[in-house]
Design a protein around this ligand. Structure first.
Ligand code: HEM
Length: 155
């Protein structure tokens, strides 16, 4: 029961992860191009995007521990373990997502420490763009060649 609720949350949170990342990335890019000062909103967007990603990471860890797909994979169940989505969720999804969130976190704290607005914007653009590409590849979109899941879920 908790598993199905968290799966619905994990599915929906993906939109907030991608949306907040895009918002922070877009603001930083325009800030860099327009050479404006670093505003409180820039800081808020950067911190909110990183926190949403951390929340998604925690939900992901719970799902990973309980997922029947993952446990089948590690038991190497003869009938199921060959299907592509077993290694996808057991190895690829988790490693790429952890890597992306680590990159976001490093970028965010580096930008926080920097003094010049242009440096803060540039750091956020670079680290968040890399994280976005990795997250995009690792999401099981309906059109993904790796594994497919619905765009939204209800209980
Ligand atoms: C921050 C980035 C992440 C995003 C955007 C994300 C996104 C998604 C999405 C959209 C699904 C499909 C949900 C569904 O079937 O409706 C999914 C499934 C899953 N995710 Fe993530 N995820 C992230 C991080 C993680 C992490 C770090 C882990 C593991 C520690 C994880 C573990 C899982 C598992 C195990 C499933 C499959 C659950 C199942 O079908 O039994 N996710 N993820």
């Amino acid at each position: 029961m908790i598993y199905s609720i968290l799966l619905v949350i994990h599915n929906a949170l993906r939109w907030l992860v991608v949306g907040s990342l895009l918002a922070s990335l877009g603001m930083s890019f325009s800030g860099l191009v327009r050479q404006r000062t670093y505003q409180p909103l820039d800081q808020t967007l950067r911190v909110v995007a990183t926190s949403i990603a951390h929340t998604q990471l925690l939900v992901g860890f719970y799902l990973y521990a309980k997922s029947p797909i993952v446990s089948y994979y590690w038991k190497a169940h003869p009938t199921f373990a060959d299907a592509q989505e077993f290694p996808f969720f057991s190895l690829i999804h988790i490693s790429l997502m952890i890597a992306a969130v680590v990159i976001m976190t490093i970028g965010s704290s580096k930008a926080k420490r920097q003094k010049l607005a242009s440096e803060k914007f540039k750091t956020t653009v670079i680290y968040f763009a890399i994280a976005l590409v990795i997250i995009f590849i690792a999401i099981p979109w309906p059109f993904s060649p790796l594994a497919t899941r619905p765009l939204y879920r209800t209980l």
